[in-house]
Design a protein around this ligand. Structure first.
Ligand code: AMP
Ligand code: GLY
Length: 424
């Protein structure tokens, strides 16, 4: 088979690493990819947002299956475009991808389908949003309706902060038309977990649980990022809780999307807050998580390609995925300054030494190859050092041992990835 993976992050490198192990696969392309994907796939210089060019490429190369990493092309309708030309693609159609593309749609969907979520108000004008905040008080969460590159959610400790958030989103239009509407919601308290599940529109196969670390600094301090590290499994998700999430979240999600007339096919990601009242949904994403996919792929023992094909063909049934029982941890090495401004083009040293440590893979994110084949930084999140260990403690130790071999100027990483899992 010929496979095309769309995207350029650690998630895409991890998917390609797993796909490359399948005996069914003869060739992998990645658009646009990074220095890590270049070792396993042929990078193609097409942006993940240029869905017309991606479709032309897939037609010309007779790609058997395209897998979409990021949300933006899905929300723009890449799946609809490919399917119209008879090209097989893994990912939901545009109408179903609204579950991530619009926080307003997502909240209304959850309410309609009795999926537990924070109490919220939905507003299309700033004055009403502010009045609501003045009544609700703080802490409170303000969310821009549309895609905002992960920056559209503001968890506000005070009323003043929340009022400023409404101004930023709705009046200053910092995220453009994504801020035409806002969701203002109750601030939930608890531990977060990520539950990803595959569905072909009817059957559901959950993946193993994981937990992200969203804030830039240790002890969850500082601004939100795309994710500074992840581990799997997440011990906060006990078997009993997983059963509850399956019944109260995963099943109503798939059934509800079908009732909307927009059946969902692909992977969906429920961001869960485990509260005293039980699991509540913070958000749904229409794709694999990043960095959650890195530890999840390291634990997947089954060949992923027939599983992805079963989703696309509507034949998922109750297909079993075999998992490594051990724990996996991914620590993200970021450019100093991220999630704010940072320098690019900095040489990365030590990648050739990683082979010394067994069962450690360095997934690339913001990296690129220079003309003379050196790896340099090219983004905020640069590398995801991912280790497998007999338990979470060993996996953490191994990941940080590997980090000791790596270096680039202004490298920043959290020292406490996985600590929450040990507490359990
Ligand atoms: P979202 O993109 O909706 O997942 O929001 C990003 C992050 O903001 C989440 O991972 C949480 O850490 C936080 N967040 C979102 N909604 C809430 C909420 N209602 N209460 C507390 N934290 C939230
Ligand atoms: N790790 C968070 C996300 O993928 O949205």
């Amino acid at each position: 088979m010929k496979i095309l993976v769309v995207g350029s992050g650690g998630r895409e490198h991890a998917l390609i690493w797993k796909i490359a192990q399948s005996p069914k696969v003869e060739k992998i392309y990645c658009a646009p990819g990074n220095a890590g994907t270049a070792a396993l796939a042929e990078n193609v210089p097409i942006s993940s947002d240029d869905i017309q060019a991606l479709k032309k490429f897939a037609s010309a190369k007779k790609i058997d299956l395209t897998i979409v990493g990021p949300e933006a092309p899905l929300v723009s309708g890449i799946a609809d475009l490919f399917e119209k030309d008879g090209l097989r693609i893994f990912g939901p159609r545009q109408a179903a991808a609204r579950i991530e593309g619009s926080k307003v749609f997502s909240k209304q969907f959850m309410v309609k389908n009795d999926i537990p979520t924070a109490q919220a108000g939905i507003f299309n004008n700033a004055k009403e949003a502010k009045d609501y905040i003045n009544v609700m008080g703080a802490p409170v969460v303000v969310k821009a309706d549309g895609l905002a590159a992960g920056k559209g959610v503001m968890v506000c400790k005070t009323k003043a902060e929340a009022l400023t958030a409404v101004e930023t989103i709705m009046e200053k239009k910092e995220f453009g038309s994504a801020g035409n509407m806002v969701v203002v919601e109750e601030c939930l308290v608890g531990e977060e977990a990520s539950i990803l599940a595959l569905t072909d529109g009817r059957s559901i196969v959950p993946l193993v649980s994981s937990q992200d670390h969203k804030r830039i600094f240790d002890e969850d301090k500082g601004p939100n990022t795309g994710g500074m590290g992840a581990y799997s499994p997440a011990p906060v998700v006990t078997d009993r809780l997983m059963e509850e999430i399956t019944v109260n979240v995963l099943k109503p999600f798939v059934a509800g999307m079908d009732r909307e007339g927009t059946p969902y096919k692909g992977v969906f990601y429920a961001g869960i807050m485990v509260t005293k009242q039980g699991p509540m949904v913070l958000e749904f994403n229409c794709r694999f998580g990043d960095p959650e996919t890195q530890p999840i792929m390291m634990r997947m023992k089954s060949d992923i390609v027939p599983i992805l094909e079963a989703v696309v063909e509507g034949k998922l049934d109750d297909r079993l995925i075999e998992w490594d029982k051990r724990a996996s941890v991914c620590v993200v090495l970021a450019s100093g300054g991220y999630p704010g401004k940072f320098e690019k083009g900095i040489p990365i040293n030590g990648l050739d030494k990683i082979d010394q440590i067994e069962e450690v893979i360095v997934f690339h994110a913001g990296t690129e190859l220079t003309g003379d084949n050196k790896v340099v930084t090219a983004g905020g999140r640069v590398l995801g050092v991912t280790a497998l260990g007999d338990n979470i403690k060993f996996a953490i130790e191994k990941a940080y041992r590997a980090i000791g071999l790596l270096h680039f100027k202004n490298m920043h990483y959290r020292k406490d990835i996985g600590k929450k899992a040990i507490k359990h």
